[in-house]
Design a protein around this ligand. Structure first.
Ligand code: RFL
Ligand code: PHB
Length: 390
């Protein structure tokens, strides 16, 4: 097989890049380790920046998102038994976020790929990039017992945190930065009306909680749990009891509970690999960096990588200009680190840290007091939450 851009990973990053390139007549072959059903069963992000939404439209797959996604002009932060609103729209001069599930967005991207008859090879096993620092890189993989080779001009590593792309960069060429948090998020999806039309991020002495949603009939809730806990420790009743204890009394009283449709624990971790390029391999999305989900940045950071990489590849193919490819890593990382900073700040502000000293706790409390006493501080939160410009 032969193509212009070989893409490893059929998550949002890989699919979006493939779709954008395909529409410009640039050939792609997309290799995904799992089945489509498996990819679509992962419940993850829910909050999109408008920059991401614009890219979805540019890729010709924004129609359902524009119809079904909900515009959110604000979020709440709950602390000390009360809820305070962060007026995203007012504080950013008119910006907002869109609540639309990653599952739906991924489904739209697969449907778009089908319509354009783009190649997606599911259950591609042992995908391996070769000759990355030569002008003729290639990929090999196994499918139904047969070995296949794909010759490419470039390879996009969009295969998430546990993928093969980043691991194929010689370790001495990579710098890694990491922070592992001593807790995780237990998430529950339930077919119940959301307790609040806008997201509530809650900090409480028992730990962090988040009330999010997917639609007027589908709620997504999270609570901070120790890493030693497993999903079996948390039957639905215990989950909702704990969630309510961490929320202001009026919110807890209004909560409609119901059986969970999905329940999972995600450990919280921050990670960045530098550079995001090795020869003709370009990393994008979770393959290069992850954040704790508190600032809703992960998927949005993936989208900004795709934006830079897409334009760099366009410049290469349409104008013979390689400056975008040469500058890709630096440009992408500049925005990635801002997303890291915001996620680190939101996580530090709102979680219970088991090793926090009394001094640390006072700092956390005064940070919240300051936040809600300063329009400048709130505006800083808001401009980061809605997404800094690409
Ligand atoms: P993905 O989604 O992990 O997709 C990578 C794909 O690559 C495949 N793959 C391989 N394919 C071929 N060969 C191999 N060797 C392969 N190894 C892996 C995988 O099967 C998979 O299909 O990465 P991508 O596309 O970069 O997308 C990143 C996002 O998924 C991620 O950043 C977000 O989900 C993070 N995130 C959130 N981001 C937001 O912007 N807003 C949010 O509100 C938000 N909430 C969240 C989140 C992540 C969460 N979890 C579970 C970590 C909430 C949670 C709970
Ligand atoms: C979600 O709805 O899954 C969600 C929303 C906001 C976050 C993280 C996750 O910060």
């Amino acid at each position: 097989m032969k193509t212009e851009v070989g893409i490893i990973g059929g998550g949002p990053s890989g699919l979006l890049l493939a779709q954008l390139l395909h529409r410009q007549g640039i050939g792609t072959v997309l290799l995904e380790k799992h089945t489509r059903e498996y990819v679509l069963s992962r419940i993850r992000a829910g909050v999109l920046e408008h920059g991401f939404a614009k890219l979805m439209r540019e890729a010709g797959v924004g129609e359902r998102m524009d119809r079904e996604g909900q515009i959110h002009d604000g979020i709440f932060i709950a602390h000390g038994g009360v809820r305070e609103r962060v007026d995203l729209k007012g504080l950013t001069g008119g910006n907002s976020v869109i609540v639309y599930g990653q599952t739906e967005l991924t489904r739209d991207l697969y449907d778009g790929r089908d319509r354009m008859q783009g190649t997606v090879i599911h259950e591609a096993q042992d995908v391996t990039p070769h000759d990355l620092d030569t002008p003729r890189p290639y990929l090999t993989f196994r499918k139904d017992g047969e070995s296949v080779r794909v010759d490419c001009d470039f390879i996009a590593g969009c295969d998430g945190f546990h993928g093969v792309s980043r691991r194929s960069i010689p370790p001495e060429r990579l710098s890694e930065y990491e922070r592992v948090y001593p807790f995780g998020w237990l998430g529950v999806l339930s077919r119940t009306p959301p307790v609040s039309p806008e997201l509530i991020y809650a900090t409480h002495e028992r730990g962090f909680a988040l009330c999010s949603l997917r639609s007027p009939t589908l709620s997504r809730y999270y609570i901070q749990v120790p890493l030693s806990d497993s999903v079996d420790d948390w039957p639905d009743e215990r989950f909702f009891d704990e969630l309510k204890r961490r929320l202001p009394p009026d919110v807890a009283a209004a909560m409609v509970t119901g059986p969970s449709i999905e329940k999972s624990i995600a450990p919280l971790r921050a990670y960045v690999a530098e550079p995001m390029r090795h020869g003709r391999l370009f990393l994008a999305g979770d393959a290069a960096h992850i954040v704790p989900p508190t600032g809703a940045r992960g998927l949005n950071s993936a989208a900004s990588d795709v934006y830079y990489l897409y334009h760099a590849l366009l410049d290469h193919y349409q104008r013979g200009d390689d400056s975008g490819l040469d500058g890709y890593s630096e440009r992408a990382l500049a925005r990635v680190w801002k997303g890291q900073r915001f996620s680190w700040w939101m996580t530090s502000l709102l979680h219970r840290f088991p090793d926090a000293s009394p001094y640390d706790r006072r700092m956390q409390a005064i940070e919240l007091t300051y936040l809600f006493s300063s329009r400048a501080a709130l505006a800083s939160l808001a401009e980061n939450y809605v997404g800094l410009p690409f």
